[in-house]
Design a protein around this ligand. Structure first.
Ligand SMILES: Cc1cc2nc3c(=O)[nH]c(=O)nc-3n(C[C@H](O)[C@H](O)[C@H](O)COP(=O)(O)O)c2cc1C
Length: 235
């Protein structure tokens, strides 16, 4: 886990959205985090075409009649929701169910924002990779957190950030979601994902790593707290 201080912002326009997941009951419902993962699935012709016309719409709350103290089961929707209780609950032991825990956490804690991280190695190889264990920690001073797991070995982004400190976090938008997804490829250390992804480098103001020109919102960052390592039970 890296806690990072944000140096400066490139802000063109920012869309804020609130979506509620339903990590409750069993089985865990699939939510639209799968939409991102499936956006590169061109081998399933039975899937409908991408809908470019979805928009965030400001609406009434689900139960406009709600008053402080009202019980969930007082609304029709709430009553149906509480029926889920009859399915029962499954308890996961973090020591015994390590593989299932990964899936459970991905499904249960979502949607998650994605930090598209641009970093650079000591020898100057530029790297791009998406990370969804990411969030805001504080606005003043601007601070975010990113968690990079050990994969087969230490990931390039983690190595680079430790070695050269400065990096950028870029927020992804729909027109270039596939380019961003392509960058999660595990390329050899000396091969830059910039070429594979087809994205444009733009020099940063304060850090060595470039920002993504296509991004509507980019942050130049430095590491604030020393990285901590969590041993993986999967290996
Ligand atoms: C949408 C998405 C989210 C991801 N989130 C994470 C994450 O939070 N932590 C992590 O370690 N890997 C995550 N990955 C996997 C990394 O992007 C992947 O391991 C990548 O190859 C790392 O690149 P690097 O070795 O060049 O740093 C994610 C991949 C995708 C497609």
């Amino acid at each position: 886990m890296f806690m990072t201080r944000v140096y400066s912002f490139e802000l063109y326009f920012l869309i804020a959205a609130l979506a509620l997941g339903k990590p409750r009951g069993w089985p865990i419902p699939k939510t639209h985090q799968n939409r991102f993962l499936m956006s590169n699935d061109t081998e399933s012709p039975e899937l409908p075409s991408f809908n470019h016309n979805t928009q965030f719409v400001r609406t009434q709350p689900p139960n406009p009649a709600y008053k402080f103290g009202d019980r969930v089961s007082q609304s029709e929707e709430g009553k149906k929701w509480m029926e889920g209780e009859k399915l029962g609950w499954k308890t996961f032991d973090s020591k015994e169910n390590s593989r299932e825990l990964y899936q459970l956490l991905l499904s249960g804690i979502c949607p998650r924002p994605v930090a598209f991280v641009s970093s650079v190695s000591e020898t100057g190889v530029e790297n791009l990779a998406p990370f969804s264990y990411f969030n805001t920690v504080s606005a003043h001073p601007p601070t975010i957190s990113i968690s990079i797991n050990a994969g087969i070995g230490e990931k390039d982004s983690s190595r680079n950030i430790k070695a050269t400190k400065g990096f950028t976090v870029n927020i992804i938008s729909e027109p270039w979601i596939q380019q961003a997804n392509a960058a999660c490829i595990n390329s050899p250390r000396d091969v830059s994902e910039w070429v594979i992804a087809g994205l444009t480098k733009e020099p940063s103001t304060l850090v060595r790593a470039p920002r993504v020109k296509e991004s509507a919102f980019s942050m130049e960052c430095e590491v604030l707290t020393p990285p901590r390592f969590f041993p993986s039970r999967l290996r």
